[in-house]
Design a protein around this ligand. Sequence first.
Ligand code: ADP
Length: 842
Amino acid sequence: MDTSPRQPRRATRGRRPNRAHSYNFGPHELPVSPLRNSVLLPNTVMPLYIEQEKTRRAIDAALDREGLVLVVAQSHEMVEVPDPSDLYLMGVEAQVERTFIGPDPAYSVMIRALRRARVVRYTDYAMYLTAEIEPIAEIEDASPLALARMRIVREHFELASKATGRYMEEAVSTVMGISDPGALADAVSMTLDLSLHARQSILETLTIPERLELVDGLVLKEMQVQQIESKLQQNVQVEMDRSQKEYYLREQIKIIQKELAEHDPGLRDGMDLRERIETAGMPDEVRTRALREMERLDAMNTMAPEYTVLRTYVDWLLALPWTTATTDRIDLDDAQRILDNHHFGLTKAKERLIEFLAVRKLAPASRSPILCFVGPPGVGKTSLGRSIAEALGRKFMRVSLGGVRDEAEIRDHRRTYVGAMPGRILQTMRQAGTVNPLFVLDEIDKLASDYRGDPAAALLEVLDPEQNSTFSDHYLEVPYDLSKIIFILTANTLQTVPPALLDRMEVIELPGYTEEEKLHIAQKFLVPRQLTDHGLTPARLEFRDDALRHIIRDYTYEAGVRNLERELSGVMRKVARRVVEGKRAKVSITPPRVSGYLGPQKAFGHEAETLDQIGVAMGVAWTAAGGDLTPIEIAILEGKGSLQLTGQLGEVLRESAQAAISYTRGRVRELGISPTFYEKNDIHMHLAMGGVKKDGPSAGVPIAVALISALSGRAVRHDTAMTGEITLRGRVLPVGGLKEKAYAAYRAGLKQFLLPRKNLHDLDDLPSEITDALRLIPVDSLDDVLPLVLAAPPRCTEATEHDAPNTTPPAARATDDAPRVVDKPNPVTPHEPQRPLVVGLN
Ligand code: ADP
């Protein structure tokens, strides 16, 4: 045998081997063709695809002889060019049947495996690998054990092929037709999906029963794997079938519902709702939620109580605006015109609003500040908001927060609560119908908090640009975007506004109107508007200016113009009636006629005293209506030193009164007062309240003045209002509500207003109409105050030498009703004490 390496030869199409005439079962040398990922068993024919040059040369060498080659598996699949150590020592002697020239440079051959062959030795030539082999003739075994095993293998194989349906019929029948036990084992194993090593061990098992047993185990294992696999596949199939079935049923339901809907309004309703949900432009989360609730609705009996609850909920989701918006138009001239058309004066507020619009125009997405209008009722806070909405082309919405104590009113109760509804904010959004209205939140100073949660905190969530894009209403349960709303707040006072809210706002003050301003507003705005509202014209009804003044003074007592507007409409109603009854063609309202329309005078603000009096000082208080006079009266009575306080705010004033007494006791000498006054006299202090509720005056100064006046018998100037708290040593401390107080003093026709020096700046922008009529006098201490307001001591006084009862001036005695006229003018600012004063006229 020629074992020397040869030159490689070119493969030739259809080349056939030179067949041997007799077979040599002794050891002999063969070229080797390694198999990378498979094991060849005898009696099989297999195409081989040869990539390695070395193997190709081995095949060529084989073809030069009888075409015999050793095909042996590599024990390591990964090695590309194996050397002998990578090869098993058991392979098959095989016949190269045909060669093909495959796509270059590959080489395909058809190989028939003949018999097992054990390798005695490999020789690795540079050209190709050879092996010295010992062919193994198959042992013929017809023992009962072999036959029994063969039968079992057959049975199991048949079973497996039926159970799995995996093998082609011919393959099965070929295998079943093999009568030689060893060959059957080999053939069956070739049909199984085995690992390289498992198949190699079949090759290496030479004893037939053993080989059959091994193969049988593998058949059973294969059968198990197949069973599990088909079960898994069945599951997948069932899943797929179910979802297909569901889809199919759903489609069917839709068709049936559509058919039925034509006759069933309930169903039609459900379908309409679904369609509306799909087209409402809701965010995904909300739409999914709505559709889910629809499914629950579908499954419910329409008579069940929960049905209505759920249905209302879905209706709510649909009623809210999700995408509808108005487009802002910002034209500053236009805006100014609209503001001027609706409002007289208010220059500062208008200026600020125009600036606000300008910034919005330049930076529409920037966070604009939350404006807050602060002032008494009826000064135009809400209507300014309305005008700004008009200027922007936005929907105007008003939410009153007055008396909101419960957080739920802002963001509602949970839906489980019977009769639950969304909070006020979302109710208003529903009315607005657009996602970007302008909201005026009225009376934020009236928010109260108690055990039902903190409405201010909920309101903050509404206003805070960081949080309000996902506002959570307890009823709705899905987030709602409030970030496109412009919020404007209003308040009567800032004192009761929760500090956290105060932090976010920019305050614009609207302190109230003077009489002249009111007259102007009435002529230019209120009367024309009311005329139109009542279907009247100036040709039918005219108001004379003096009649308007009369209404302003004697029928309204307020900082704003709300009551004035109401009174005017009262007149109009009556005139309208007369016109309809055909009684009069034209009515002209003059002062004497006013009472005919409006009845007797209605407003009685505190009248300023007409004369200087002892024991009476004029305080001023802030009220929700914009400030009012609060005369403080003190009487000194015989007694044992008790302090009695009467009037609605008696107790509130006790501390101020105690401070005034202590101050006075420290100065008895200078003031000419009996040093034992607090032991031998009772002091009765009374605060006349008038009709309007006051929120707590800051009356230390007027109390001290009234007390000292009563004790010393020196009269108090009747034309002077005063405000300020005092310390024990008589220092005057700043207080709040100065503007309203100044307006009140002015309205009452007073001439002087004493105020804490630190408060002077609060009055910087009072209209000149007020500062011309009212002298503002800043004071630091009671020592400044007393000479300004008290008359000189009575001529006949010997206060310090008498006991207190005798020193008490007659005017202040309980028995002495008549106010005492002090004929001596104030030495500091001489004035006419007897000049009568009519409230509101000066
Ligand atoms: P507020 O909100 O401050 O209580 P409103 O805005 O409701 O007051 O105003 C009450 C009425 O007074 C409205 O009809 C408003 O148009 C009118 N009004 C207030 N201020 C002015 C003004 N400066 N010019 C014209 N009308 C005014």
